[in-house]
Design a protein around this ligand. Structure first.
Ligand code: KG4
Ligand code: ZN
Length: 333
């Protein structure tokens, strides 16, 4: 079978990235320029700053990826790019870069959904075996997804309000831990007992999730302590928030999995890097027949290799785009 080589571009949030991947598996290059140091100073991603930085970085990132891969853009089969969801100004930069390459080198375009990329990223470390169930937990999404095959996508449950990563980042801000908050809470809460009672998430759908009540519960807890002049322990509060949030996710995931027949269960998205979530997944799936895939950290966070893998499957399914398509900040699957 002929090799399929995809050049992919990702710029949906605060990483400018380009990768070249063969057959959805073999990484020829994977370059990520993160903006975290800049956004850290502001305590979060400033969209205007993010898009400017993408403009500054994207050409150099593409050049580096092409050089490291040791091939010419003329040798790739298609150009994949993140069309959405994400920050509009950030997405535009990657979309324009992808269109420019596609136009200059006469290559087909593959518009890719960011969340699909996070799921397909797992193909970089294992062979995806459909049907599968994916727990997608990131800064913008919290979804339980059933994929019958590589061209289908069914959301069994999703957050009704905030995404889990968003809740982590907001709670971290209350605790003055800085941005991005997820890894900081993860570290602070490690081995710490969850002792403070926080509101349990309430949802409508059987497998749906909700984190805004819990997030407000943390804010109210801190306000109440301040008003009463009481002290509290940051690490215990971080652990209490984390346990409540992750127990909610695990509860819904385990309920959802009993309604489908799958070969694999996999984690995807930035919050998949969370060490406590990984422990809970290990524990919940140790006696089950489904294979559990816990991707390494570099696979979980935003990169372009994952877009190239999703692009490879899109190429095989002939899901090509065209030059009329622009960035879609709330792109639906
Ligand atoms: O997938 P991602 O890199 O970007 C989006 O597409 O949203 O996810 C970023 C999110 C942030 O909210 C960040 O705080 C969270 O992932 N995150 C974590 C950890 N590492 C990153 N959350 C909890 N624990 C972690 N170790
Ligand atoms: Zn992401």
């Amino acid at each position: 079978m002929k090799d399929i080589t995809i050049l992919a571009i990702e710029s949906s949030c605060d990483e400018s990235a380009c990768a070249i991947v063969r057959n959805g598996k073999e990484i020829l290059s994977n370059v990520v320029a993160t903006q975290i140091e800049v956004h850290e100073k502001f305590g979060g991603v400033l969209p205007e700053v993010a898009s400017r930085l993408h403009v500054e970085q994207i050409s150099a990132v593409i050049d580096e990826a092409v050089e490291k891969a040791g091939i010419s853009v003329a040798d790739v089969d298609a150009i994949a790019y993140t069309r959405g969801p994400g920050l509009i100004g950030s997405l535009h930069v990657g979309v324009q870069a992808a269109k420019t390459l596609a136009w200059a080198y006469h290559k087909p375009l593959l518009p890719i959904h960011h969340i699909k990329s996070h799921i397909f990223a797992n193909n970089l470390i294992t062979n995806l075996k459909f049907p599968l169930l994916a727990l997608v937990v990131s800064g913008g999404h919290s979804e339980i997804v059933y994929m019958k095959d590589d061209n289908s996508y069914e959301i069994l449950g999703q957050t009704q309000d905030d995404a889990i990563g968003e809740a982590y980042d907001k709670v971290a801000r209350v605790l003055h831990l800085g941005y991005p908050g997820g890894p900081k809470i993860d570290k602070l809460a490690k081995g710490v007992e969850s002792l403070y009672k926080l509101p349990q998430p309430k949802t409508q759908g059987e497998f749906d999730l909700s984190f805004s009540g819990l997030k407000s519960g943390v804010l109210q807890f801190v306000d109440r302590c301040k008003r009463k002049g009481e002290t509290y322990d940051d690490a215990t509060l971080a652990a209490s928030f984390q346990e409540t949030a992750l127990n909610e996710i695990m509860d819904k995931l385990v309920k959802a999995i009993d309604t489908v027949e799958v070969n694999q269960v996999l984690l995807a998205g930035g919050v998949a890097a969370n060490s406590r979530l990984r422990e809970k997944m290990d524990e919940a799936f140790k006696d089950r027949k489904e294979e559990l895939i816990l991707p390494p950290l570099w696979v979980c966070t935003d990169n372009a290799a994952m877009v190239a893998v999703a692009g490879y499957f899109a190429y095989k399914n002939e899901a090509f785009g065209d030059f009329s398509q622009s960035a879609k900040p709330s792109l639906k699957v």
